[in-house]
Design a protein around this ligand. Structure first.
Ligand SMILES: *[C@@H]1O[C@H](CO)[C@@H](O)[C@H](O)[C@H]1NC(C)=O
Ligand SMILES: *[C@@H]1O[C@H](CO)[C@@H](O)[C@H](O)[C@H]1NC(C)=O
Ligand SMILES: *[C@@H]1O[C@H](CO)[C@@H](O)[C@H](O)[C@H]1NC(C)=O
Length: 382
């Protein structure tokens, strides 16, 4: 539930504290100056009316063709922020087609000046402005946003305590050497590497770093034809390698968790995977599952991974205790009508959205690309 503008203004006034208040409460607001931003990414923020004293921060990253506003509207994080008092940062891609740059050396390197660097600067800025809890910074995202979630987890491991990636690819898998490139070998599920190779790809994004790393939750659908499901396996290989877990034999396999279509694989306290049978691109955001994983809710509030135990851990995964009941929040944007071909001569470019519930843009794709169904809410020119 969001508060009305009037209510939030009053609440904001009531708790106004000097220069700390930079944006209106309880409203998605752009922040135009947040530090170095050579990659031109845009920053939007949601500061709840009900702000905690030392708030946690969640970075929530949109998919290709998405915007900060769309991700704000179609995911439950802002609503949950009012309930739990955390701040949400919604970065927005500066590129046409609004995919994230997860392909250039700049973005795949700690402090390399790419999109990942801009997003890290948004976090640093927010922590300073709001006296945020630096030990409770989390990142999540869908599709291209999930790719960026994996990239941020590799390039800024010191910044994030936990991450959840909805239908992405391993960090570095989209490498093309160019800014905002598309690696179709990877998207097609044909970038297959060993556990050690994938782990090194992530570790090399911040050479020499030996501190704590975010615990990773990886979600993917078996019927994903945009980022093929092999990317689930490759991503788990990557992070199991980083944490020293055995990829081939998860510690626990739980059917129908958190809901009928999904199987949960527990590799250790720092890594779980959820594989949705028959689920396409993308897995719907499950806000309650995220908050439990982040430690914002749940019986065990362990949020940091202070130790990255060498070798396979025999400790029963924390996550099995913190997982909340299977509440699933859909990314649906209500209206149930699917756009029919509007013709009018307008064509969508490669990678752009071309259909889905509530979508009102061009439904024809520029040649030779075809409008490819991903799920009820998203078709894309591929
Ligand atoms: C970051 O780039 C965006 C888009 O070009 C711009 O609107 C914003 O002002 C920039 N912010 C900074 C701090 O450079
Ligand atoms: C995509 O990544 C693979 C490595 O997994 C690499 O061999 C290939 O050259 C990349 N594609 C492009 C277009 O750069
Ligand atoms: C990838 O992971 C899924 C889920 O665990 C499994 O069913 C599938 O066999 C794996 N694929 C490969 C090639 O290992």
């Amino acid at each position: 539930m969001r508060f009305s503008t009037i209510t939030s203004s009053l609440l904001a006034l009531a708790s106004f504290s000097a220069a700390a208040e930079i944006v209106k409460r309880a409203a998605l607001t752009q922040v135009t100056s947040f530090g170095a931003n050579t990659s031109g990414a845009k920053m939007y923020i949601y500061v709840p009316a009900n702000l905690a004293t030392k708030p946690a921060v969640i970075v929530a990253i949109h998919y290709c063709s998405g915007t900060a506003s769309a991700y704000y509207s179609n995911t439950p994080y802002a609503t949950l922020a009012e309930k739990h008092g955390f701040i949400v940062i919604y970065p927005e891609s500066p590129y046409s087609g609004t995919c994230w740059d997860v392909s250039s050396p700049a973005s795949l390197t700690h402090n390399g000046g790419g999109n990942s660097n801009s997003i890290a600067n948004m976090v640093t800025y927010t922590l300073a402005q709001y006296n945020g809890d630096a030990s409770r910074v989390f990142v999540t995202g869908t599709s291209s946003g999930a790719m960026m979630t994996n990239v941020l987890s590799a390039t800024y491991p010191e910044m994030f305590a936990a991450a959840s990636a909805y239908s992405g690819v391993p960090a570095g898998c989209f490498y093309t050497g160019t800014v905002n490139g598309w690696n179709s070998t990877c998207s097609g599920g044909n970038s297959i590497h060993t556990q050690t190779e994938w782990a090194n790809t992530a570790l090399n994004m911040y050479p020499g770093y030996t501190g704590a790393r975010p615990k990773m939750m990886i979600l993917h659908g078996s019927a994903d034809t945009t980022l093929y499901p092999q990317n689930f396996n490759e991503t788990l290989k990557q992070w199991s390698g980083v944490f020293g877990y055995t990829y081939g034999s998860p510690q626990q396999t739980l059917a129908q968790t958190p809901s009928a279509a999904y199987t949960k694989y527990v590799y250790g306290p720092n890594l779980v995977g959820y594989y949705g049978t028959g689920v396409g691109h993308s897995v719907p955001v499950m806000g309650d599952l995220d908050l439990a994983w982040f430690g914002i809710t749940g019986s065990s509030s362990t949020t940091t991974t202070t130790t990255t135990a060498a070798g396979p851990s025999t400790t029963l995964a924390t996550s099995t205790k913190t997982s909340s009941p299977a509440t699933t929040t859909s990314t649906s944007s209500a209206a149930a009508t699917t756009t029919t071909a509007s013709s009018g001569g307008c064509t969508a470019v490669r990678w752009a959205q071309c259909g889905g519930t509530g979508f009102t843009g061009c439904t024809a794709c520029a040649s030779p690309y075809k409008c490819t169904f991903s799920n009820a809410y998203y078709s894309q020119c591929l």
